[in-house]
Design a protein. Sequence first.
Length: 333
Amino acid sequence: MQRSKTLIAQALATLQSNIHRTGDPLGFKTVYWTGWAEGLGLPAKGDTVLLTARMYQMLPYVVQTTEMFTSAKPLLPLLSIKAFSRLALMAGAVAAEPLIRVKALKARTIKSRADTALKGMVAALKLSGIRPAYLYGQDPYSGALLHDLGLEADIAPHAQSVYQILKSCGIRRVITVDPHTTFMLTHVFPEYVVNYDLDVKHYFDCLSPDIGGLESRVVKGLPNRFVLHDSCVMTRNLGIIAQVRKLAECLNFELLEPENTREDTACCGGPVEYAYADLSAKISNLRIQELARVSKNILVTCPICLINLMKYEREMNIRVWDMGELLKAVTEK
């Protein structure tokens, strides 16, 4: 038990160290989050910015990081707690970036789908008359994991740093792409930043009601019926419930409701997978079984939900879709 606690504690310490050193939960010093925007012509300057917070882009690396921590568990009986702590700290600070980058090359499907989701969001915003700027290499991480994993002491300096980055770039309005970042910037940052004045909206709340008449577009091979998995943060913390349903209706998709839905939605198992992989797997398995009983096509609106549920696709013969993927499919016609 003590060694398991050490593994969890070291996972949290590594996360803290990574964010302190580089501002990134993975600890990467080199930019990995801008490739999706190539060829889109998003301006680098403007008072309205699309803040990805790297959430979709880090998915391939999150998978590998989680697997590395999980695979380390068999070593625990062979090492003293002190020796394991030293080994884990060295791996997190020195070897993590090149090793995780190499391993993530195998996760091309995840990367492609994450990139597609972001491109779909941009396309839908464009059809709504919105062309936000993108900060490219300066696009900051929101610190969502610090909050979700209870690392409260680290939130204030990170929130202040992110706010200063945005303000120094002349940003007044922020369009977010995921519920966790939206919650951080609307509910958490104002508690730690004096005179906080950013206007923050999730992209759902920025789309026009008809999005350029997309309801008349039919995409060959794309399902028209999905069971909706509501994000816990989206519904319970942000109250974003009707928006996704109205958007699906606008796109002429039929949404089915599982047993646990809306404010009573069930958790996907994240984001505790970083430190509690076994618990996360049990929770996600329960949820995916519930969803799959309703439909083989599952719709999510959060990158953490996407990564936690899509790992069951092959064994259960299901498909988990992010709303951004659907937007990309219907807008590229």
